[in-house]
Design a protein around this ligand. Structure first.
Ligand SMILES: Cc1cc2nc3c(=O)[nH]c(=O)nc-3n(C[C@H](O)[C@H](O)[C@H](O)COP(=O)(O)OP(=O)(O)OC[C@H]3O[C@@H](n4cnc5c(N)ncnc54)[C@H](O)[C@@H]3O)c2cc1C
Length: 257
C-alpha cells in the first residue's frame, strides 16, 4: 500500500542513445524541468526489468525514503551520475558502463527511444575546489570526473588517473591545462581485479601545501587501498578527500536488486 503523504517518482523518457566507446552507452533522457533539475549530479535511478512494459514504480515519502509497492514490481534501485543536466531544455545525459551483468547494465544495453527510467533522489559529487586536485577513477567515475574537470577553475593544477580497459575506452575530457590526464589501461585484466589505480596513486608524491583535494571512485576494494594511502602517506584530513566505492566486485549494488 502507498503511504498517504508520498508522491510518485519522476519518470524520464529515453530520447536518444549513443555508443560512446565499446563499453559505454550514453542515454539522453527527457523530462520536466523540475525532474531534470532533481536528477543529479549523482542520482538514484529506478531501472525497470528489460522487457517489462508495466513496471510498478515506487513512491517517494516526504522524508525522501523510497516506498516500494507490495509484491513483484520489476524495478531495481541503482546509483548513477548525470553527466550533463539541462533543466530548461528538459534533458539529462547519463553514461552507463555495459559490464555485462546486472539490471542497470542490461537496461542500458537494451535502451531505445521511448524507454522509461525512474529517478528518486539525488546527491552531490563530493568534490571541493582546490589549487591541486587528484582525481582517480575507473569507467564508472568518468561522468563525475568529466563534470569536476569542466567546473574546475582554469588555474587548477593536478592529475587525473583514469583506469579503463584499453585505448578504445578513452574519452575526450576538457580539463584545465594544469591538470594532467593519465589513462591507465587494464590490458586484459578484468575490471575489479586490477591494482593499476592504487599503484598509480602509490607512485605519486604528495603535493606541497594544504590546498589539496583528492576525489576517488572505482571498485570498492581499490578505493579502500587508495583511501588508506591518502589518509596515511599523504596525511589528508576528512575535508581534503572524498573516496567511495562505486561498485563491488561480485556483488549487486542494491538490496532491492
Ligand atoms: C554515486 C554513484 C554514481 C555512479 N555513477 C555511475 C555512472 O555514471 N555510470 C556507471 O556506469 N556506473 C556508475 N556507478 C556504478 C554503478 O552504480 C554500479 O556499477 C552498479 O553496480 C551497476 O548496477 P547493475 O545493475 O548494472 O549491476 P549490479 O546488479 O549492481 O551488479 C551485478 C554484477 O555486476 C558487477 N559489476 C557492477 N558494476 C560493474 C562494473 N562497472 N564493471 C564490472 N562489473 C561490474 C557486480 O560486481 C556484480 O557482480 C555509480 C555508483 C555510485 C555509488
Amino acid at each position: 500500500m502507498t503511504a498517504p503523504d508520498s508522491r510518485p517518482v519522476d519518470v524520464l523518457t529515453v530520447a536518444a542513445v549513443t555508443q560512446v566507446t565499446p563499453s559505454v552507452r550514453r542515454v539522453l533522457l527527457s523530462g520536466t524541468e523540475a525532474a531534470v533539475a532533481a536528477a543529479g549530479p549523482t542520482v538514484n535511478v529506478l531501472v525497470p526489468r528489460v522487457g517489462d512494459l508495466a513496471p510498478r514504480w515506487p513512491h517517494v515519502a516526504r522524508d525522501g525514503r523510497i516506498v516500494w509497492p507490495d509484491g513483484a514490481h520489476g524495478v531495481s534501485l541503482r546509483s548513477y551520475t548525470a553527466r550533463r543536466q539541462d533543466p530548461l531544455a528538459g534533458e539529462v545525459e547519463m553514461d552507463f558502463v555495459l559490464h555485462g551483468d546486472g539490471p542497470a547494465a542490461a537496461w542500458a544495453a537494451a535502451a531505445e527511444t521511448g524507454a522509461l527510467l525512474g529517478v528518486a533522489g539525488s546527491g552531490a559529487l563530493g568534490d571541493r575546489p582546490a589549487g591541486w586536485l587528484l582525481l582517480a577513477g575507473d569507467e564508472t567515475a568518468l561522468p563525475a570526473i568529466s563534470r569536476i574537470l569542466a567546473e574546475a577553475p582554469p588555474t587548477t593544477r593536478g592529475v587525473a588517473l583514469l583506469e579503463v580497459a584499453g585505448p578504445e575506452e578513452e574519452q575526450r575530457l576538457p580539463a584545465p591545462v594544469g591538470v594532467e590526464l593519465r589513462w591507465l589501461h587494464r590490458a586484459g585484466t578484468a575490471p575489479g581485479k586490477s591494482t593499476l589505480l592504487a599503484d598509480a596513486v602509490a607512485a605519486l608524491d604528495r603535493p606541497a601545501g594544504d590546498d589539496v583535494f583528492a576525489w576517488v571512485a572505482a571498485e570498492s576494494a581499490a578505493v579502500r587501498t587508495i583511501r588508506a594511502d591518502l589518509r596515511g602517506r599523504w596525511g589528508l584530513g576528512r575535508a581534503q578527500h572524498h573516496a567511495i566505492g562505486y561498485w563491488r566486485h561480485g556483488r549487486a549494488m542494491s538490496p532491492s536488486g
